[in-house]
Structures are given as structure tokens and as C-alpha cells.
Design a protein around this ligand. Structure first.
Ligand code: GLU
Length: 495
């Protein structure tokens, strides 16, 4: 039964990513649930790197995972690049520890060397499949004679080490999914050390969980099948077991597991950082993938999450990744920021497009952000929504032109007349401020029986190329008199 207690009675959880790619949404969720559980119970969150697969693990991926976790604010107490009382936290540096346990297993008869070649294993697997067995290895090397072993060694065969699965049922207690009894007949003697001497995940994981005094293993249900194997290994070594909690999968809207393979960088956490999502929105979004407080509340601050999070409110079924909800949350958190902070956040996106340089007037930029108001879903949206403030080199949108400037000669002529008159009015007014502009324009439209909306939309297309956006008066003031007159002239020529 689960009985690990950390030396000081503290809750200790870990995230153990394999650095074989970017941190994906599922990984971020595992990290967040562990981190929240640790914070809620005033425990420790450990970041262990599962990099025993030397061929696929890279430093670059490890650092990308660090960056993504730090961006989310999920700082770890021990591990990764930080060290701690149970260092090293990179499994590739812990080989001597695993060797000690493997020796113990071989000595107490719970593990054995397997000399089967890849070809032999293929044949065994095919036979097992034909016999509809759930085991793809039949344990034939459990009882090799000394003579056979010597002949294999003489042939140059390099053995693997396999754990001898127990004969009795393995009980798995899961804090989310409940308890199960696993029939050992369904489990094969798992390879725990490869023929190149590298230990495998099921051994290293449970050994490190015990060595690092992990009290709760919280991870995705994709590891459900590994848990009885890890329990068998722990029992064979008389190690204390952590408690297990498996979080149901994250699915796409057609019910398929969200994966790097099928969904590409749509699932990469850093992609959202680069596109101008706020980490608060991402955290809030990820928290609700599988966890809910009362089925109603959607917006949670980090403090509130720490306060309210516990495993008893994690659901048993999969949760759906809904990008629309992430966008909605992001817009919410953007709108919570004051104009100055919002301006800071959009600045890199303007700069990247070459729209803003170091000498661009800061107040003017803040006024643009203010005019955009609550229209940003991501910070990246600032570019298409404000490009026209920085340049008049834009196309007039065909649909808007047809609707407001007109397609018949008569309508076009009328539009030109209105725009020319507006240009004259804007040139003549003594002050170029909101009140003066507004009253002069309304005076003109009302006296000449011109629909206000028609005049406004015709102007708007001339200023921005489109028929929607911030208040036209804000745009006109932000562009300034010279630019406005130039744009009207350009529009009239174009019509
Ligand atoms: N390296 C495993 C993974 O990234 C860790 C699984 C576990 O938490 O035990 O999925």
C-alpha cells in the first residue's frame, strides 16, 4: 500500500519530463497540477529530467522545457538546473544509483539476465500474438543453466536485465481513478536494463521516486500501464511506494488524444508565449483541463488556484482542448492590464514588424493601444489591427469599398464629393481636437442631409482600408491633420 512519507512529513511531488521535444499542453498540465498540489499542501515541487534515452534527449529540449515552465511561473524547489538535497536530478547522471538497485534485484532473484537476440524476441512476439497472449515475452531466460549462459557469452551476446514479475495480483490505488487489481498473468518480465547497460524508465522512475522521497506521483493516464510494473519493481526492492494519481487525457474536439504527432506545434506551450498569450491565461486554461472547482467558475487567479486546487476535484474522464476558450481567457487577462503594461507587451510585436523604432513617441503609442481598447485576443493581434497608424501603404478592402464608396459612377461621385468637403472642413477648423472635429463633421452631414454613418464609413476606409476598428475620431486625432488630409486625397484619386 502507498506509504511514502517524506523525512519531514512534507508533501513532495515531481514532474519528470523526457527532454525529447518541446513542452506540450499535456506536460504543462502535469507540471501545473503537481505545482499546485505542492503549493496547496505547502510541499516541494521537484523537476527531474528523465533523460536515460540518450539517443532522443537533447540539451536544447531540456532548456526549452525550463523556459516554458519559467514562463508559466512554475518554478521548482529542487532539480533541473537548481540542484537540491537529492542531486543529481538528471537521470543520465544517476547511473551508479540504478546499478546498485539492479545488483540488489539480481542478487535477491527478482531480476535475471536475458540473452535473447532481437530475432529470437521477434519470433517469441509473433507466437505470443498468434496465441492471443497479452505477454510478448515468455520468461524463457528465467532458468538458464550455467552452461547455456556461458555459451551465450561466448557467442558475444549482450544480455538485458528483466524484472521477474510476481505471481500474485498487484494492487494499484489511484487517488483519481480508484483501485484496481492487476492480474500478473497480463504482465511480462519487463526489461529494466538495456543490453547497452542503460536502465529503462520503469526502473529509474520508481527508484528515483523512492530515493527522492516523492509522496505523490501525479501524471497522465498514458502511464497507467507502467504503474503496476513500477509497483512490482518497488516491492521487489522493498521500497516505499508513493501514492499515485493519474490525470485523464487532453483530447481534441473530435475526441482524439492531443499529441505532438497529430497536432504539431498547436500543442507547444512556447508557441503561445511567442504569439503573445499571457501566462496567466495559459495557466488558468490549463488548470481547467480536467479540474474544476464548481463547474461554473472559469476565471481563477494563481492564488485562488493554489487555495482551491486538490486532487478530489480532478475528473475521471478526458478534457477537451478548446482554443476558443484559451482566446477568451487571454482577452480577459489582457483587458485586466493597464494601458502602459499593455503597450509594453505589444511593443515587441510592433518592433518585429519594423513599425516602431526607439524614437517613436511613447504617449502616441499608448493612445493607439487605448483606442484599440478591448479588441485584442493576443498581443500579436496588435499588428494587423494598428498597421495603418504607421503607414498608408495598405489596400482598400473590396467589400467595404463596394458597400460604402459604391460601385456606380453616381455613388462614387457622391462619395468623392463628401470626402473632398470633409477634407476642406478638417483643413479649415482652427483646432484639431475631438470636440471641434466632431461638431464640424456633424454640422456638415446634418445640414446637407448626409447619413452620419455613410460619411463616417467612407472616411474610415480612407484612413484604415477597412470598415471596422476603433472610433474614427480617435483614429483621425492619432493620425494628425496632415496625414488625414493626405489619406483623403489618396482615397479620392483611387475612387
Ligand atoms: N518521462 C516521463 C514522461 O515524460 C515521466 C512519466 C512519469 O511522470 O513518471 O512522460
Amino acid at each position: 500500500m502507498s506509504d511514502t512519507v517524506a523525512p519531514n512529513g512534507q508533501v513532495r511531488v515531481r514532474m519528470a519530463p523526457s527532454p525529447t521535444g518541446f513542452l506540450h499542453i499535456g506536460g504543462a498540465r502535469t507540471a501545473l497540477f503537481n505545482w499546485l498540489f505542492a503549493k496547496h499542501h505547502k510541499g516541494a515541487f521537484i523537476l527531474r529530467i528523465d533523460d536515460t534515452d540518450m539517443a532522443r534527449s537533447t540539451d536544447e529540449s531540456m532548456h526549452e522545457i525550463y523556459t516554458a515552465l519559467k514562463w508559466l511561473g512554475l518554478e521548482w524547489d529542487e532539480g533541473g538546473d537548481k540542484g537540491g538535497p537529492y542531486a543529481p536530478y538528471l537521470q543520465s547522471e544517476r547511473k551508479p544509483i540504478y546499478e546498485k538497485y539492479v545488483t540488489q534485484l539480481l542478487d535477491n532473484g527478482n531480476a535475471y539476465h536475458c540473452y535473447c537476440t532481437a530475432e529470437e524476441l521477434d519470433v517469441i512476439r509473433t507466437e505470443a500474438r498468434a496465441a492471443k497472449s497479452t505477454r510478448s515475452y515468455d520468461g524463457r531466460c528465467r532458468h538458464l543453466s550455467q552452461e547455456t549462459v556461458e555459451s551465450y557469452i561466448a557467442e558475444g551476446r549482450k544480455p538485458t536485465v528483466r524484472i521477474r514479475m510476481p505471481d500474485n495480483h498487484i494492487r494499484v490505488d489511484d487517488l483519481i481513478l480508484g483501485s484496481r487489481n492487476i492480474d500478473p498473468a497480463t504482465l511480462e518480465d519487463e526489461v529494466i536494463v538495456r543490453s547497452n547497460g542503460m536502465p529503462n524508465y520503469n526502473l529509474t522512475s520508481i527508484v528515483d521516486d523512492a530515493e527522492m522521497h516523492i509522496t505523490h506521483v501525479i501524471r497522465g493516464t498514458e502511464h497507467l500501464n507502467n504503474t503496476p510494473k513500477q509497483i512490482a519493481i518497488a516491492n521487489a526492492l522493498s521500497l516505499n511506494l508513493p501514492q499515485f494519481a493519474h490525470i485523464p487525457l487532453v483530447l481534441d474536439d473530435s475526441g482524439r488524444k492531443l499529441s505532438k504527432r497529430h497536432h504539431g506545434d498547436l500543442v507547444a506551450v512556447n508557441r503561445y508565449r511567442e504569439q503573445g498569450y499571457l501566462s496567466e491565461a495559459m495557466l488558468n486554461f490549463v488548470a481547467r483541463l480536467g479540474w474544476s472547482y464548481d463547474d461554473k467558475q472559469e476565471i481563477f487567479s494563481v492564488t485562488e488556484l493554489i487555495d482551491k486546487f486538490d486532487l478530489d476535484r480532478v475528473g475521471k474522464s478526458g478534457s477537451v482542448f478548446d482554443i476558443k476558450k484559451l482566446e477568451w481567457l487571454n482577452a480577459h487577462y489582457i483587458n485586466e492590464l493597464d494601458i502602459s503594461a499593455r503597450t509594453d507587451a505589444v511593443m515587441p510585436f510592433w518592433e518585429e514588424e519594423g513599425l516602431v523604432v526607439s524614437t517613436t513617441n511613447r504617449d502616441w503609442l499608448e493612445n493607439i493601444v487605448e483606442a484599440v481598447g478591448e479588441r485584442l485576443t493576443t498581443f500579436q493581434d496588435i499588428v494587423p489591427q494598428t498597421r495603418y497608424f504607421f503607414t498608408d501603404d495598405f489596400e482598400y478592402e473590396a467589400k467595404a469599398v463596394k458597400k460604402w464608396w459604391g460601385s456606380s459612377d453616381e455613388k462614387k461621385e457622391k462619395t468623392c464629393e463628401i470626402l473632398t468637403n470633409l477634407s476642406q472642413i478638417l483643413q479649415d477648423i482652427p483646432e484639431f481636437d475631438l470636440e471641434t472635429i466632431e461638431s464640424a463633421i456633424w454640422k456638415y452631414t446634418d445640414e446637407n442631409d448626409i447619413k452620419r454613418v455613410a460619411a463616417m464609413q467612407s472616411m474610415r476606409i480612407a484612413m484604415t482600408g477597412t470598415s471596422f476598428g476603433p472610433s474614427l475620431f480617435d483614429i483621425v486625432i492619432l493620425l494628425g491633420r496632415d496625414d488625414v488630409l493626405k489619406r483623403i486625397e489618396k482615397a479620392v484619386t483611387s475612387i
